[in-house]
Design a protein around this ligand. Structure first.
Ligand code: BG6
Length: 305
């Protein structure tokens, strides 16, 4: 852990909870370190991005780029980026960042708490005025991260503060760490229709559980409420259960795209799979004035006995 900067010290005074939640400087930026029952999560204020989630039985659950650096103006690859208020390219095309406006923004600490059931951090951000052309709405977006005995729970809530309705797509873009890509099987998507982002055209359908041996970029539509990643190399199964969602994304960039991205590390694609809890594709959230929507993901790792 790097030294404590004044920003982190002030946050500790106001929001720190002894033994449960502390602010510190890591990866060149301010993070919150949450503890509960031997588990630990690290959340960067930049992008409200979970960077690490470790449990006593399973170790690190998430994959993070070896090049992870906060404060560069670019989003960090890995952990759980928040994609909001659009998933993928901007719906209007051209000039706007992929995956929305808040990945590289600094979020505000709204609240912290700790009790027998877990340790919680709430972060929020006001979409920048400068983004009005890209997304001309007023909304409050909050991410609640709760570390519990039963896993890590994220809730991404949007409240429409406008007098007009708004539409959004979004994702909790979870990078799961894998012992080796050959040792991974993804279940829970059997029978689901999907948009193949690498082969645009009619919807395809997943026949069976998924093994990854090439680039994969799929938006599943419909009931994908619990997706599991079984990893025989790390002898564990991770489940991702979603709420407020009728879509999910599975992504692995494989060799050539990894080389183009530049921040995957030499064999990063062999040690990660994204299972993203989403409102994407045809799964668009429509909010009337004053309405609120929460997209949630519950990530749990269980060691094989
Ligand atoms: C996935 C998308 O969610 O994110 C992919 O389905 C995209 O198409 C990937 O390449 C990574 O996006 P980015 O902006 O983090 O490089």
């Amino acid at each position: 852990m790097d030294s404590l900067l004044p920003g982190a010290a002030a946050l500790n005074e106001r929001h720190g909870i002894a033994g449960r939640l502390a602010f510190a400087v890591m990866y060149g930026g301010i993070v919150a370190v949450l503890s509960h029952g031997g588990a630990r999560a690290i959340v960067a204020l930049q992008g409200a991005q979970v960077l690490s989630y470790e449990t006593p039985d399973c170790g690190e659950v998430l994959w993070l780029s070896p090049h992870a650096q906060l404060g560069t103006g670019k989003p960090v690859r890995g952990g759980i980026p928040v994609c909001w208020p659009w998933f993928g390219p901007h719906p209007g095309g051209g000039g706007q960042p992929a995956h929305g406006l808040v990945r590289a923004r600094s979020w505000r600490v709204a609240a912290t708490s700790a009790g027998g059931d877990g340790t919680r951090l709430s972060l929020d951000v006001e979409p920048a005025d400068a983004s009005a052309a890209a997304w001309p709405h007023r909304a409050r977006v909050t991410l609640d991260v709760t570390l519990t005995d039963e896993g890590l729970v994220l809730g991404l809530s949007t409240e429409n503060l406008d007098a007009a309705p708004l539409a959004l797509t979004q994702a909790l873009h979870t990078y799961l760490r894998a012992g080796g890509i050959d040792a991974v099987t993804i279940s829970g998507l059997e029978g689901c229709a999907f948009i193949d982002q690498l082969d645009p055209g009619p919807l395809k359908r997943e026949a069976q559980s998924l093994r990854i041996g090439c680039e994969v970029d799929r938006i599943y539509q419909g009931d994908c409420r619990v997706i599991t990643l079984s990893d025989t190399a790390l002898a564990r199964t991770i489940s991702v259960a979603s709420g407020g969602s009728a879509s999910a994304v599975v992504w692995n960039p494989w060799i050539e795209k990894s080389a183009r991205l530049g921040d995957m590390g030499p064999d990063g694609y062999r040690h990660m799979v994204c299972i993203e809890t989403a409102n994407a594709g045809a799964d668009v959230v429509h909010l009337t004035p004053g309405a609120r929507h929460t997209l949630s993901a519950h990530i749990r790792a269980v060691a094989h006995s």
